[in-house]
Design a protein around this ligand. Structure first.
Ligand code: OGA
Ligand code: MN
Length: 230
């Protein structure tokens, strides 16, 4: 899967750790500010949460347990044939295996069409196959921005098997950040500035904390839809 690895993502070294340090001490955050639904988003300032609010969405409980099981039923046989990759330190992702899938059974197709209508404007051309990323319990995604050459303005992902924390950090101002709690079976959507001007990452288990609360990371599979550049 070298293709996905090299095409989709550009790794970004954190600009400075100031933002992170401030976040870890108690003063930086603005407390939980619910956007839509139950899953909250916290950030470096109330203003940033408000400003980026329309471009970041987390919908808790977007799929049911049965739907999660249906997706896993289709994905597990193929994933199990692959080995997790731990060695590529230059990659955006550590401890993962990935695949893509273009055709699905009826139950999964129905789920994906719900994802598409929630995330993308009608008729917006999508990247053909859906991208599947399987993170080992020890795996994590480093800060990166999805390739602007191959991916359009919107990224939408379902999280299976585990809760996790996605962190967005402004590319040119590390003190501006947003943490998203991604509960198991939720859908997240990143659009526009949140997608282009902020790196995104999935925290490793040791550092997986949302608003001061530990969010244990298990193995996590994400099912990601993207549109193509306009
Ligand atoms: C990616 C990515 C996020 C996720 O593959 O580029 O950022 O939810 N994935 O797995
Ligand atoms: Mn990405």
């Amino acid at each position: 899967m070298k293709l996905l690895r090299t095409l989709l993502r550009q790794v970004h070294k954190p600009a400075a750790s100031a933002g992170h340090r401030r976040r870890l001490s108690s003063g930086g955050g603005c407390g939980p500010l619910p956007l839509r639904g139950e899953a909250p988003v916290v950030g470096s300032s109330r203003e940033l949460v408000r400003r980026l609010g329309s471009q970041v969405e987390v919908r808790a409980g977007f799929i049911t347990e049965d739907e999660e099981a249906a997706l896993l039923g289709e994905l597990e046989p193929g994933l199990k044939k692959k080995r997790y990759e731990f060695d590529h330190w230059d990659d955006a992702i550590h401890g993962y295996r990935e695949t893509e899938r273009a055709s699905w059974g009826a139950a999964c197709e129905e789920i994906l069409s719900r994802v598409r209508s929630a995330a993308f404007p009608e008729g917006s051309p999508l990247l053909g196959p859906v991208h599947i990323l399987d993170l080992d319990k020890t795996g994590y995604i480093k800060p990166h921005i999805d390739s602007v050459k191959f991916c359009g303005s919107t990224i939408a992902g379902l999280s299976l098997l585990s809760d996790s924390v996605m962190r967005l950090v402004k590319e040119d101002a590390a003190s501006e950040w947003l943490d998203l709690l991604l509960p198991r079976r939720s859908l997240y959507i990143l659009r526009d500035r949140a997608r282009y001007n902020f790196t995104h990452e999935i925290l490793k288990d040791e550092g997986s904390v949302f608003n001061g609360q530990r969010v244990p990371r298990q193995r996590r599979i994400s099912v990601i839809c993207r549109n193509i550049p306009g």
